[in-house]
Design a protein around this ligand. Structure first.
Ligand SMILES: C[S@@+](CC[C@H](N)C(=O)[O-])C[C@H]1O[C@@H](n2cnc3c(N)ncnc32)[C@H](O)[C@@H]1O
Length: 216
């Protein structure tokens, strides 16, 4: 199984496990990010990439003027749709193509715990496709994990791709190799430099989060 297929299989199988997290109200840093997401999205047309179970969608959609939340996994989307979130429209989309999403339509875009899964060779492909769906001057919020010192998941790089990988296991016994890059703040600045203006990075465990304006 190639790396992208393994990742999709992993998230399809993990969807019911992630659904349990919906019951936990956000606190601490999660609440800080939810507050920022609400402020950025209020009254705006919003596009979410890799929405998963809709954990974040539910805090954003009710205050947006419109909200399209996308993911590749039907299993994830079924859970997200089951929440019946006001104003949220869920659509199955590959983040590298967004073929069913009109260009130049959204004022604000966000992706949570997604960019760490982008192989470095596909970074430009993703951001070009994503930003094309946003209006000129649109704002973006991204967030993802900082590696925990006590993280027990096997973590390694491959010379062939220069990507980092983790082996993830699920309670049913499945084992999956997924791309997972724990970016430093400097790497994020370097990678986003071609696309981002007014980049502000908050780098604090357990996750970094950042905002920027898309360069015209
Ligand atoms: C770590 S989960 C994050 C889910 C959600 N954003 C959250 O923070 O709870 C990564 C998500 O990426 C989705 N995904 C994987 N490959 C994708 C692709 N090519 N296009 C769109 N979504 C994809 C998975 O189905 C999964 O829902």
């Amino acid at each position: 199984m190639s790396a992208p297929d393994s990742m999709q299989a992993y998230y399809n199988a993990r969807a019911p496990h992630m659904a349990k997290g919906l019951a936990t109200p956000p606190a601490g840093q999660l609440l800080e990010i939810v507050t920022a997401l609400r402020a950025e999205s209020a009254g705006r047309a919003v596009l979410e990439i890799a929405c998963g179970t809709g954990y974040w969608t539910r805090f954003v959609a009710p205050g947006a003027s419109e909200m399209m939340a996308t993911d590749f996994s039907e299993e994830m989307l079924a859970i997200a749709q089951g929440q019946q979130i006001e104003r949220a429209r869920f659509q199955r989309e590959d983040a590298y193509a967004l073929a069913g999403v009109r260009e130049g339509r959204f004022d604000f875009g966000f992706a949570m715990h997604w960019v760490s899964h982008i192989p470095l060779a596909r970074w430009g492909e993703f951001f070009t496709v994503f930003h094309a769906r946003l209006k000129p001057g649109a704002r973006v919020l991204l967030a993802d994990d900082i590696r925990r010192p006590d993280d027990a998941d096997p973590y390694y790089s491959k010379l062939a791709t220069h990507d980092s990988y983790e082996i993830r296991r699920l309670p049913e016994g499945g084992t999956y190799e997924i791309v997972k890059t724990y970016f430093t703040s400097e790497e994020l600045q370097e990678l986003l430099r071609p696309y981002a203006e007014n980049l502000v990075i908050r780098y604090e465990r357990p996750r970094w989060w950042l905002t920027y304006v898309v360069k015209n």
